[in-house]
Each structure stands twice: as C-alpha cells, then as structure tokens.
Design a binder for this molecule. Structure first.
Ligand code: CA
Length: 734
C-alpha cells in the first residue's frame, strides 16, 4: 500500500523532504509515524528485567524491548530531573539550554523539538511531570504536575493555568489521562507525539495501594556495594549526603509516623507529606500494610537485636521495595497503553519509547538518589519499538544520549534538525538495527552543576567511552579514571596507575575535545562556591547590602576588589566614604562566580551611576581557562549589567599585572585577556581603562611596596588605583 503522508507542513522545506521520503520508500514507512514517549522519573535500568534486573520483573517494559530494541549504553547529559528534561526538549547540553540545575526556570521561548514537530504537522501533547518551572510551550495539549507533584490525589495544572485535583494514584491518573487524550481528544487525522511523563518512581517512593503488599516477606537481593567505603576515588565521595546509613528521613523516606525514635540513624524533621494527602480509606489501607512491619522493626530495635549494618539492611529493604512497587504501577500503565495501541489498530503506525530522566542508586555505593557520573545514575533506560523498521530483539551498545531524542523525533517526522541542536538523529542507526555508523560518537560528555545543594554532590564533568570513564572534579582538581571492563562497579580510580598512563592521556584529550566541540566554556557558566561557608556568608551579606539600594558607585570583582575593605580601607574612606559606594568583590572569584552572583541577588536594588569591573586574574591562575574563554566571561558580565542596569556606566579595568617580571606566565595570560576585553568598550556606556602601568617599575617588575605578594595591592597601591580612576569617575558624573 502506498500512503501519502498525513502532513500539513508549515514550511516548504519540510514538505519537500517528507514527499521525497514518500516517493523513495513507497511503503507504510513513508507515513509520518506516531510517537508514544513514556518517560518516568529516576527509573534505574537495573530495575528493568530487560536490562537484567536481579530484583524485579517488568513484563510490559520488556515487551517493548522484545518487540523492538534495547540500548544498553544510553546516558543522560546531566543526572537530575529538570536538566535532563531540558536536554531532551532542546537537543542541547545544559550549558547551552540554560537549565543547569533544578531551581532554574526553563526558557520556553528557545527552539525545542515539540515546536518543530508542530511545524512538521504533528499534534503534540505532554501529560504528567514537567518540572521546568515555566509553562510548556510547543504543545497542542498539556496537563502537568506542579513541580514534583504528588503521588496521592494529585493536582494537575491545566492549560488555562487552573489546577485540577484527581482522586487516586498519580501514575494511574497520568496513564488514564494520556489514554483519554489518545482515545477521545486528539485529531485522528494527524500524526501525534504524546509524552506520558510519570512522577514515579521519584522520592519518596510512595506505592499504589494495590501494590502495598508486593514483596512482603521477600528479601530483595542487596547490591554488592551497599557498604562501599569510598576509598580509591575522589575524596569528595566521602562528603555525600545521600547515604542509606545517614540521610534517610524517619517520616519522608522510611514511612514511620511521629518523631524519629532513633535520630542518629533516621533523620528527624521531614514527615511523610504523601500520607497526609491520602483519604481516610487510603490511610487505612496504608496503615494495614505498613504498621505491622514498622512495629516489628521497632520491637527489634528496642530489644537491641540490630547492629548498624542490620539497620542499613532494613532501610534498604524498606526503600527498594517501595521503589519497586512504584515501578510496578509504571509497568502496569505501559501495559495498558500497549494494549490500547493493539486494540485501536495504532500499533503498526506508532513508535513506542520508554525512558527515564536518569538512573538511580538502589543501594549501590550505599546510596539512594542520582547526580554522580557513576553508571547507576548516568544510565537511562532506552527501549524502543518501531514496527516495520526495527526488528524484534535488537540489542545495541551504541553510545546514545538524551540530547539525541529531539533530533531523532524530528528525523522521524521528516523535519530538518536545526544545526544548533547538539544531539544526533538515531534514525539511521535504528533503520540499521541498532548498528551505529562509522561516524557515530565514540564518547559522551556529561556535566553536573548543582554544587553543594541537596545531597552535597560536587560539580563535576567527564567523558565515557564504551570501556573507560574519566571524571573531573574542579574543586579538588582531581581526575578519576575507571576501566569499566575490569571494574564495572567503579571501585578504584586508576588515574595514577602507570599501566593506564596512555589511556589517561587519551581520555583527557577526548575530554578537552568534547568540551570544545560542545562549546563548554566554564568561564561563562554561572557557578557558586557554595562548598565554602565564608564565601556563602559574604555573598549573602553583599546581597543584603545591595537590597538596601541607594548606591551610586559599585566595585565588582575578586580579592583585589574585596581588598578595599582590608589594605585599601583608608583610601576607600577618603575617596568613596561619602559617595554611596558598595563593594561586590569576593576573594578567589572567577568570572563564572561573578556571573552567578550578579544573577542571584548581588545587584539587589542598586542602580549605580558607575560600576567598576575588574575580574579574570583567577580564571587562569587556578584553572586552565583560555584567555579567549575568560574574555567571554567578562563579556557576559557586561551583558548582565547591560540587561539589569541599563543606565549604569561601566568602567572596565584591564586585569592588573601580577608576578615578578614581564614574562610571568600568569601576567601574560592577563595581558592576553586584556587584548580581548579592551574591544568591549564602546566609548559611551563601557569605558575601558588599563592602568597596570601604575603598578609597574620602569623595568616591568612589580615592587613589593605596591603588591606585597605580587598580586594584591598595598595601601599605596590602592591610593594609585583611586587617583588614576578619579578623573574618569568625575567625567561619568560622580
Ligand atoms: Ca529524575
């Protein structure tokens, strides 16, 4: 049968491409297939039987794999909820789509695949968890949970902004609402992409009443690394706050009522909010299932029968059973949707995908949660069934990533993939039964940005090939290297093993190359130094000063600016004491920290007439950023000031010289940065002032009377700075 494509192209280009496809293949493939994208939250592949789970059975998810393909090397780009979703929508890494961490707000005006699918003639719908703060854009129909949403009797935000409460269990409601849209609400004459996005099995792992008693009396197998001691890897692993041992809440996670009876082992303070949402009937069912187990545990605790490891084991069973019960409902829902596709005759024209925003630790390394670049949370399930294209039982080890989903959907639709998308279409590989072409990637790039927030996982990034994984921790400048073939549990970093010296060099090259390829410039990516308490305190105090407003002059920078409060204090008082001036300098800051501060409160209510900016000396001092990258960081700071303080004039200083002599490497870096940033002056709003010669001796050396440590100014140095700056400040109206 020859089908003409059911396409209403918005652009001629798309139309032509689809028609060509139609003539070339001349079979049912040419029809734009529907896409059912079922997406859960925190579903680790090791709890899907198709991936070899030792702990549960997921017959309906397995059905997708059996009738289609399973991808075993499927990875996220940033292992946390919101960022993974943003990567999928945009086809870009986090630093490009702007959604670096939970708590960001997704810029829905940017290019996303749903908008382009609409242009290609598709109906687009998303139902369930969204978690991107702004409203969905590019969808003909949407109904989403507010934030994390609730497991029981959830509210769903409607397209008119109102919230609608549904009685029942969240996973079932999302499944049912998605099915209702399929059955009753969509236009049957158009192809569709339906994104059915579950909250489950996200923390606090609240199961459906029908599965409360699943696994009762069963001991779920423990992971081998349940009692990991974190030796042999970055010292930052020790600082994690996501362990079964120390970081489960008595109420929220472990589902006890009342105050923690064992606060040393079960954190007090966060009750099980989900229980409170339940109806009287639901609560009765809950208590019938949980109370006897809880009571038995408490009795054994009181009798002193349980040692520290026993308690961790008990926590593991409580945690993992609840988690698996949640998954059971997801699997039930997938089964219902597959059945409906069969009954309605949609199966043959519909691609079905199952995925989840990232993996999860099910006790591995003694953890719950995600974030780290270790396998359990780096992996994402990716199961796909495409009747007529993918043969049953395809098993692929190709390295795929969530940034590939958007380009793949667009390719399926016959639409062009915009150049700005960083992922690649998997369609040619899918047609080739999971075999990647020679030009397919041999390594993926990963980055996590949520420093010192919940769970205290450090900022880190890295690359993974089929066999090796390299991780970098900027805070401690540590590399970790793993040979996944010999050490699949990632228990020993071999970065300093001489036998792996060549591998390390090769992986570091891949790391640098991929960062360049994806245009990762740390100097422009907003970053905190939230793991340093003094920094947080100073940041907070700057913000609280700035909230008072009433400022005519602001100094923005690092320790040299902060030093106005130290060695420069008397000079500051003499020149600026009566001029409503504020100091926004923090020692050790790089451009990325200033970018973070200026966009997170440090500008408060100030509307200065003049802002004096001097930043960048730490970018090359402590971290290998290229002068061109640092200059881009300075440029970004000026853009922020332009956006937020359009009336403010900027004095941009060239970075002051440092080091003993004119050939000092760090000084040369500063000179190279200055060569770039001087071009940011426009003679009107931005005034470039390079005053480094004020601090130099005629032979290019720096005297210790001006810079005692050859970097920071003495009182005399601050006097020269103030004197030289003064005429410019007067010129600018101060
Ligand atoms: Ca998640």
């Amino acid at each position: 049968m020859f089908h003409c494509p059911l396409v209403r192209p918005a652009t001629l280009v798309v139309g032509v491409k689809v028609l060509l496809l139609c003539f070339v293949s001349g079979n049912s493939e040419a029809k734009q297939p529907n896409i059912l994208f079922v997406f859960s939250d925190d579903h680790a592949p090791q709890s899907i039987s198709a991936y070899g789970s030792r702990i549960n059975e997921t017959p309906n998810l397995d059905r997708i794999a059996k009738e289609g393909a399973i991808f075993r090397n499927s990875f996220c780009a940033n292992s946390i909820c919101g960022p993974s979703r943003a990567c999928i929508l945009t086809g870009k890494h986090s630093h490009k789509n702007g959604f670096l961490r939970n708590g960001n707000r997704f810029d829905g005006t940017q290019t996303t695949f749903p908008k382009l699918m609409q242009d290609a003639g598709y109906q687009t719908a998303v139902i369930g968890k969204w978690h991107l703060s702004s409203d969905p854009t590019g969808f003909d129909h949407w109904e989403v949970l507010p934030g994390q949403g609730s497991y029981y009797n959830p509210d769903l935000i409607q397209m008119d902004g109102k919230r609608k409460r549904y009685e029942g269990y969240c996973t079932d409601i999302i499944t049912n609402n998605a099915l209702r849209w399929l059955k009753e609400e969509r236009d049957p004459d158009k192809p569709f992409i339906l994104m059915c996005q579950h909250k489950a099995p996200h923390r606090n792992w609240s199961p459906p009443p029908r599965h409360f008693s699943l696994y009762k009396g069963v001991d779920v197998p423990e992971p081998e690394t349940l009692f990991d001691d974190y030796a042999g890897r970055s010292k930052l692993l020790q600082e994690n706050e996501m362990s079964l041992k120390d970081h489960f809440f008595w109420g929220h996670d472990m589902k006890f009522h009342g105050e923690s009876q064992y606060p040393e082992q079960f954190r007090p303070g966060l009750a099980n909010g989900e229980y409170r949402r339940m109806t009287v009937v639901q609560k009765a069912e809950w208590d019938a299932a949980y109370a006897p187990e809880n009571e038995a545990f408490l009795q054994r605790m009181k009798a002193g029968e349980l040692n520290e490891k026993d308690v961790i084991r008990w926590k593991y069973q409580r945690y993992v059973k609840d988690y698996l019960r949640c998954i059971q409902a997801v699997d039930d829902g997938v089964g219902a949707m597959l059945d409906y596709l069969d009954e309605s005759g949609l199966t043959k024209d519909t691609i079905v995908i199952y995925s989840s925003d990232q993996g999860f630790y099910l006790g591995e390394h003694g953890w719950y949660d995600k974030r780290w670049m270790f396998e359990e949370s780096l992996l994402m399930p990716f199961l796909i069934r495409w009747p007529g294209v993918i043969q049953a039982g395809v098993d692929s080890k190709a390295l795929i990533q969530n940034i590939d989903y958007g380009p793949t959907f667009l390719d399926v639709a016959g639409a062009d993939v915009p150049h700005e998308m960083q992922g690649r279409s998997m369609v040619p590989m899918l047609r080739d039964q999971g075999k990647p072409s020679a030009s397919w990637r041999d390594a993926i790039y990963y980055a996590y940005y949520e420093n010192a927030a919940v769970h205290n996982v450090p900022v880190h990034d890295g690359v993974r090939t089929e066999r090796y994984k390299l991780m970098f921790f900027p805070r401690t400048r540590e590399w970790n290297l793993f040979d996944l073939e010999k050490d699949p549990q990632e228990l020993t970093s071999i970065h300093d093993d001489p036998n792996y010296a060549a591998i390390l060099v090769g992986m570091q090259k891949r790391y640098r190359d991929l960062r360049q390829f994806y245009e990762v410039n740390s100097a422009v990516i907003p970053a905190t130094r939230g793991d340093e308490q003094w920094w947080r305190d100073r940041d907070k105090s700057i913000t609280s000063n700035a909230r008072k407003g009433n400022v005519d002059l602001a100094f923005i920078g690092d320790s040299i600016t902060q030093g106005w409060e130290g060695r420069g204090k008397d000079v500051w008082n003499a020149y600026y004491g009566n001029r409503k001036a504020i100091n926004l300098g923090i020692g050790g800051d790089r451009t990325e920290h200033v970018i973070w501060r200026l966009t997170h409160g440090n500008l408060g209510k100030i509307r200065p007439k003049v802002a004096v900016v001097m930043i960048g000396t730490n970018n090359t001092g402590h971290f290998d950023q290229d002068p061109v990258e640092v200059a881009a960081g300075v440029e970004r700071i000026l853009q922020i000031l332009n956006e937020r303080l359009p009336e403010t004039k900027i004095v941009l200083h060239g970075i002051f010289p440092r080091g003993p002599g004119s050939l000092d490497a760090k000084r040369l870096n500063n000179i190279a940065i200055n060569q770039q940033i001087r071009r940011l002056a426009d003679g009107d709003r931005v005034h470039y002032m390079e005053i480094g010669d004020q601090f130099l001796e005629p032979d290019g050396t720096i005297s210790r009377e001006i810079m005692p440590d050859l970097l920071h100014l003495s009182p005399q140095g601050y006097e020269r700075w103030a004197q030289t700056l003064e005429p410019k400040l007067k010129e600018l109206g101060l």
